[in-house]
Ligand binder design. Structure first.
Ligand code: FPP
Length: 220
């Protein structure tokens, strides 16, 4: 969800105003996703490296997260959206881990969209922790995916704000993801942009290392 800060600065506003506008984009995008065939949508809200930002900005982001969890859970549940949060919880401010658990429990039966929010998230750390839990004997591709709570592979990875990096996001899960980069700042991103990204994805020739059509017919 890149570009909140620049969106705000361009308007002479503090960075926090960009993050607040970014929350509205979350609502728009989550509403538009199911009709575009998206079953799982993972949003990168706060990376483990974002702790390096000024305390004021970090505090503002945590307040937004708390307000989102408190204010949106009912609406998410009513709209059939299951909310889960990935990332570390032990460094979050008091009250937030409990708010996450409440939101996850209240939306657990949602089957229209699985909305995942990555908070204090580092894909490298998540892979290391999952591998350590499994131990050398338990390691397998499927086992690691499951231990990561991967909910399947990432098909399409969208980065807004003109940056062209993965920034430690879903590195294992995105092994064969199609990448879509857009200059649109996250607060300006909307249903039309999401539809354009999906159309771009649909037009891609996904070969997963093979040939298309396969040189050797595949058994049914
Ligand atoms: C990246 O843009 C955005 C973030 C680090 C924060 C994203 C968070 C939200 C949209 C709100 C909080 C989340 C929830 C779920 C309520 P940037 O600030 O790095 O922008 P810049 O590249 O223009 O500086």
């Amino acid at each position: 969800m890149d570009g909140n800060g620049r969106w705000a600065s361009a308007r002479g506003l503090p960075r926090g105003a960009g993050h607040r506008a970014g929350v509205k984009t979350i609502q728009r995008v989550a509403e538009a996703a199911p009709a575009l065939g998206i079953g799982t949508l993972t949003l990168y809200a706060f990376s483990s490296d974002n702790w390096r930002r000024p305390a004021e900005e970090v505090g503002g982001l945590m307040r937004l997260l708390r307000a989102y969890l408190r204010g949106e859970t009912d609406r998410l549940a009513r709209s059939g959206t299951r909310l889960t949060v990935i990332g570390r919880r032990d460094r979050l401010p008091p009250g937030i881990p409990e708010a996450i658990e409440r939101a996850e429990a209240a939306t657990a039966s949602g089957d229209r969209l699985h909305l995942r929010i990555a908070v204090d998230y580092s894909s490298r750390d998540a892979i290391l922790a999952a591998a350590a839990r499994l131990g050398p004997e338990g390691l397998s591709r499927e086992g690691l995916s499951e231990a990561l709570g991967a909910d399947g592979d990432v098909d399409l990875l969208i980065r807004t704000g003109g940056e062209k990096r993965l920034s430690d996001f879903l590195l294992w899960e995105a092994a064969y993801a199609e990448l879509h980069f857009t200059d649109r700042m996250w607060p300006d991103f909307g249903a039309t942009d999401l539809a354009a990204a999906v159309a771009d994805f649909t037009a891609r020739d996904r070969r997963f290392g093979g040939l298309n059509p396969p040189a050797v017919p595949q058994a049914a």
